[in-house]
Design a protein around this ligand. Structure first.
Ligand code: NAP
Length: 209
């Protein structure tokens, strides 16, 4: 913790949660926008191990998703990766991840960043009230996505909890992981939607075919 005269300045840490199957320029642009807007010292990407809300869905093995995140973030000195969730057995509950970061960095102001669509479901997340006590939750939106769903999803929350949630519209690439998977499956190009090294990784390992 830095002290500035009579003010104590808390280090602000960004935690970028997602399945990243695969990571793409939308995620990277969102993380960089959040870093700037919230004056974050760094942004730690945290690939979900077993997404709690997708028990039946097929998610690519964590080893591939982690490798793709490593390749994608390598050129940004403010970006890091944590494999905490993929190493923890059981469902990847965000509240457990935040509690662990609170333990590791007790003086940091935690900012958990993820898609606004995911944030709209927050009342269904595991121990969400405790979660909102541990971080500021930042929902990033893609171009063309309305904020209505998010507002509707949050109407049940009290004003105090709603104050712990921010929405950050991110200009840039209107791309999604599901669209990239579908494009690979149907033989369409994915060039310029994600870093070249990630594109090469996908083809080298025959992902999404
Ligand atoms: P998802 O349901 O697959 O995604 C919902 C939407 O958000 C999609 O449009 C997705 O786009 C977008 N999105 C997801 N992560 C993003 C990110 N970091 N930046 C920008 N957009 C993002 O979401 P998910 O990836 O499985 O979950 C998101 C995060 O919330 C994860 O860290 C997950 O563990 C957490 N979560 C926790 C709980 C819980 O604790 N109970 C429940 C739900 C989610 P793309 O497909 O392009 O990424």
């Amino acid at each position: 913790m830095r002290t500035n005269g009579e003010f104590t300045v808390k280090m602000r840490l960004g935690l970028m949660g997602g399945t990243f199957d695969p990571i793409h320029y939308g995620h990277l642009a969102a993380a960089e926008a959040a870093r700037y807007e919230f004056a974050l010292a760094k942004v730690v990407f945290i690939p979900a191990g077993q997404p709690p809300h997708k028990p039946e869905q097929t998610v690519s093995p964590a080893v591939h998703r982690v490798a793709m995140v490593r390749l994608a973030i390598s050129s940004n000195p403010y970006f890091e990766i944590s494999t905490m969730e993929v190493e923890r057995p059981g469902p990847s509950y965000t509240v457990d991840t935040l509690a662990e970061f609170r333990r590791l960095c007790p003086s940091a102001a935690l900012h958990f960043i993820t898609g606004a669509d995911a944030v709209a479901e927050i009342p269904a997340w595991h121990r969400f009230e405790e979660l909102l006590g541990l971080c500021l939750l930042v929902g990033v939106t893609r171009p063309g996505h309305s904020l209505e769903d998010l507002r509707e999803g949050l109407t049940g929350l009290g004003a105090e909890l709603r104050q712990r949630i921010r929405v950050l519209p991110v200009p840039g690439v209107a791309v999604s992981s599901s669209e990239i998977r579908e494009r690979v499956r149907t033989g369409k190009p994915i060039k310029y939607l994600l870093p070249e090294a990630v594109e090469e990784y996908i083809f080298r390992h025959g992902l999404y075919i």
